[in-house]
Design a protein around this ligand. Structure first.
Ligand code: NDP
Ligand SMILES: O=C1O[C@H](COP(=O)(O)O)[C@@H](O)[C@H](O)[C@H]1O
Length: 573
């Protein structure tokens, strides 16, 4: 905690370092002095180990007007100095799929690693009637210990479960949130309270929950933050509307828009690779890079999530957020520092330099039923949760362009699909041909075979590899193509934390670097919205592809149009 002393009055205001926003910066430079105190109860060493390192104080300034205009949010409250704090995490939608699969297990992993403060309480909130015991029983089924850390696992689980409680309520009921507030206060036992709400619910009830939580269950003494799950709207208008509605109750600095791909280890490593190795950054431009590819594929269909998916489709589900966020990190200029605002400022700039996506640069597909090895896989429209005349794309490929000096003319190809032949997510950087290549004749006519390619495999089997050309040992001169390979499982046998662990920890610490700012979101939607409207108003029929295949052939023509080939289909991985 930091104590901000205001010389013009005798007021003492407590500010957590994490809520140290632009307003705080201004007030320090003009009239205040700032003294930091270490946060009590945190195991700093452990935090540092797990957390994506930043290390520098949160003093960058957002270039985004909205963040600066807000009054200093509810995070900053006048109160007598207190040393003991309590963290309360309320998972709203606790009975749901994401809560069970990801959020509770991630909270347990943080507890196991010693990354949660000494005093913490976890609440589940949903309409389903459940007792505390029933919630614990439900959570305990999904908790696991890391493979490399099984000792005391049972004891740790029991200890964790004792801190978990449940409150059943309606999402739009202020009264029910006031009841939650009473329970939270009981558990906080008069300590300074920091409250984190995780909205793991369908998006149409986000605003109701934020209204009730902020009016009736926000902290009166510490900070209140809200993690919002995607989707953040369906297009520019609905996203803008959602942001405006959320901002009636929360300041931008209290909103943590999660994109779990930003918490993935290899995505975190992208900036390290670029900015801490001399060899890559000089090549990172149109001068050396011929195309960049962002590929996401899943080997299963919508299976039960059709109700949500059919209203969004693959472009909104994966491209506009996960792949575009990775693209922005890949293509941004060097930020001034690793501070959240510096990084997000650079991401916004690159997103705003991008051309709006055009229909002729997009291919959409939808999987159809397929039988293989005596097993039948249902097509998308045969899923009982999907209307049988649906034309929602389950696959899309797109060519995007960044109109700035660094990337002029370089195609950024994206491909995302469900029910394909494999599950993978990767970034592929294809370099240009070597000019006047002395070994041209050894490669034959296909010079593409000789180009270098850098691959960051986000999942599964995290790896970074660089394809190079080398001589095959022997008396002759025969060339080969090999991989310089950093395979994480070989180099780092330790289990990699789940993306949700990193993101939850960051939200608790007030680190916003991996969360999406509202102006980033606006810029992202403006690239995709015209295309989405055109696809929908013209009812463009998707190209059908068999379940378990490599997707529509149209994707190959799209890449060929820009003189590229999909690296994942080259067969040499
Ligand atoms: N599941 C996943 O893998 C991912 C999910 N997300 C996002 O996370 C959020 C939660 O996802 P998920 O857990 O799958 O969602 P669920 O459909 O499981 O919903 C979560 C909870 O919300 C309540 N709920 C569901 N539908 C309604 C409704 N129509 N009106 C009011 N309450 C409802 C239910 O609780 P109760 O009835 O007890 O109140 C349910 O248990 C969503 O925004 C989703 O888009 C993002 C990435 C991945
Ligand atoms: O956000 C989403 O992501 C999942 C894929 O996440 P991963 O971490 O398992 O790769 C995807 O299945 C889902 O459709 C989408 O909403």
């Amino acid at each position: 905690m930091a104590t901000q002393l205001n010389p013009s009055s005798s007021t003492t205001t407590l500010i957590s370092p994490s809520s140290f926003n632009q307003q705080s910066v201004k007030s320090i430079s003009t009239k205040s002095r700032l003294v930091f105190k270490t946060q009590s109860n945190f195991n700093q060493k452990k935090q540092f180990e797990l957390k994506s390192s930043n290390g520098s104080p949160l003093n960058a300034v957002s270039l985004h007007d909205g963040a600066a205009e807000k009054p200093l949010a509810k995070e900053t409250v006048v109160l007598p100095e207190q040393t003991e704090t309590n963290l309360s995490v309320t998972v709203v939608g606790a009975s749901g799929d994401l809560a069970k699969k990801k959020i509770f297990p991630a909270l347990f992993a943080l507890f196991y690693e010693g990354c949660l403060p000494q005093n913490f309480t976890i609440f589940g909130y949903a309409r389903t009637k459940m007792t505390d015991e029933e919630l614990r029983e439900m959570i305990s089924r999904t908790l696991t210990c890391r493979i490399d850390k099984r000792e005391n696992c049972g004891d740790k689980m029991d200890e964790f479960l004792k801190r978990c409680f449940y409150h059943s309520g309606q999402y739009g009921s202020e009264e029910n949130f006031a009841e939650l507030d009473t329970k939270l206060k009981q558990k906080e036992g008069g300590k300074l309270s920091n409250r984190l709400f995780y909205l793991s619910i369908p998006p149409d009830i986000f605003v109701d929950v934020v209204r009730c939580a902020s009016e009736r269950a926000s902290s009166k003494t510490g900070w209140t933050r809200v993690i919002v799950e995607k989707p953040f709207g369906r297009d520019s208008e609905s996203s803008g509307e959602l942001t405006r509605s959320l901002k009636k109750y929360l300041a931008e600095e209290q909103i943590f828009r999660i994109d779990h791909y930003l918490g993935k280890e290899l995505v975190e490593n992208l900036s390290v690779l670029r900015f801490s190795n001399l060899v890559f950054e000089p090549l990172w431009s149109r001068n050396y890079i011929r195309s960049v590819q962002f590929i996401f594929s899943e080997d299963f269909g919508t299976e039960g999530r059709g109700g949500y998916f059919n209203n969004y489709g693959i472009i909104r589900d994966i491209m506009q957020n996960h792949l575009l966020q990775i693209l922005a990190l890949f293509a941004m200029e060097t930020p001034v520092s690793l501070d959240a605002e510096d990084i997000r400022n650079e991401k916004v700039k690159v997103l705003r330099s991008m051309r709006q996506l055009k229909l002729e640069d997009v291919v959409v597909g939808q999987y159809k039923g397929h039988s293989k090895g005596g097993k039948t896989f249902l097509g998308y429209t045969e899923d009982p949760t999907v209307p049988n005349d649906s034309i929602t794309p389950t696959f899309a490929a797109a060519a995007l362009f960044i109109d700035n000096a660094r990337w002029d003319g370089v195609p950024f190809l994206m491909k995302a699909g469900k029910a394909l032949n494999t599950r993978r997510a990767e970034i592929r950087v294809q370099f240009r041909h070597v000019p006047g290549n002395l070994y041209k004749r050894n490669f034959g006519t296909d010079m593409d075979k000789a180009t270098n390619e850098l691959v960051l495999r986000v999942q599964p089997n995290e790896a970074i590899f660089l394809k190079i050309n080398n001589k095959i040992p022997g008396l002759g001169m025969r060339l080969d193509r090999s991989d310089l390979n950093l395979l994480y499982s070989m180099r780092y046998p330790k289990e990699i934390p789940d993306a949700y662990e990193r993101l939850l920890l960051d939200a608790i610490e007030g680190e916003r670097r991996l969360f999406i700012r509202s102006d980033e979101l606006d810029a992202a939607w403006s690239i995709f919205t015209p295309l989405l409207k055109e696809l929908e108003s013209n009812k463009i029929a998707p190209e059908l592809y068999p379940y378990g295949s490599r997707g529509p052939v149209g994707a190959h023509y799209l890449a060929a149009k820009y003189n590229a080939r999909w690296g994942d289909l080259a067969g040499d991985d």
